[in-house]
Design a protein around this ligand. Sequence first.
Ligand SMILES: [Zn+2]
Length: 459
Amino acid sequence: MKKPSVTFWGAAREVTGSMHMVESNGFRLLLDCGLYMGKSRYAQNRNRLFPFPPESVDAVVVSHAHIDHCGNLPNLVRQGFQGPIYCTPATKDLMAVMLADSARIQKEEADTGDDAGVDESSTGLLYTGVEVAETLRRCETIPYDQSREITPGLMVRLVDAGHLLGSAMIHLTLDTPAGTKRVTFTGDMGRSDLKFLKPPSNLPGADVIVCESTYGGRTHAPVEEIAEKLRRVVRRTAERQGKVLIPAFSLGRAQIVVNFIRQWMHEGLLPRLPLYVDSPLASSIADIYDLHPNLLDPSAINGASHDVPMQYVRRREDSRALSKSRGPSVLVASGGMCEAGRILNHLENNIDDPRNSVVLVSYQAPGSLGQKLMERGPTVRFRGRKWNKWADVFDVSGFSGHADRDELLRQLRPHAEHQPRIALVHGDIEQSTLLSESLMDEGFRTVDVPARETTIHLA
Ligand SMILES: [Zn+2]
């Protein structure tokens, strides 16, 4: 019998394509099955080809519904995986809209000749709505903090990670020939200071802790500092009768930013301007947040009961009309880096009006339109022509849903005396290495930053 082990297949020394395999007593349990984001040939191959036979996997546990953690599940199903998929109820609800959206994007890109996500199989796509539906049928939900024996000698417990609605740390208890072994996989770890979701629960102690390290070497600015910066921009823009355009990713960042703005309007810290969220996906996601009010921080007032009205824009023609409207308003639109999504129409119709502001709340990759907007210069090029960049552009990043170095250390510190083996994943090598140095300073003796394909034995 092979020794029980964890093998790192994705998000190892990188931040995308989360996927790790736990093997114990001949049972193969996959933790996450994320899509490797990007349009390169390498990314396509990483998604298309699994490094193990999909039919050899007995079960999957999914940490949360971000596409880099669950987005390749329908492809695993398509290629022969037969087992159950365990996740929290909210993760299942969110995966229904996220995976359907992922299939839709692939189809659209294939139709327009942009071949991201395409393979050479008969349909030309990684998966379609058919495999998404089958994936959802396989999902078995486990509420937070309940233990479930998924096979004799293997217990799973999901613990609130506070990163996204339904996000979980995955805690495994395995009976092995060398006794009971415990593994904790953090998934993506949230933060306790955003006051939107409930804060992360305490990290369950284990013999092996697989911990994310996205911000392993950085600390976030205080939330109140970022909040005041955003409020100042909105106030000033409203005074000159302008529009505030906020491009945001549909799942996670959009809900956090919208919650803050509504709270401030409710508290009188901002004038009550018309507030729009222009994204059919964000609109579907909002309905799911309304189904799970118990997962939110008590200070976050969610849903239609809020006294600050907001409007979700689903129809394309309504979005176009809104992009041409005038008068003060706040508009959150899909397209975090302004590369695609409805934000483009809004930029086209508003970027040359000096009364307006564009507020970038997400990371802007080099070469993205978001990055170009932040550069100095009177014009910006997109959609095949130059536009006058007379609107003000502000970088108000800092609403990340990830724990920073201090919060990760706070979670891990209590476990130092038991000397678990720590494997840092989901971080670029610089961030992971900085966190590993901090952990050594805290007294941890075994901290690895495993490369892809590395296996750690549990006994
Ligand atoms: Zn995430």
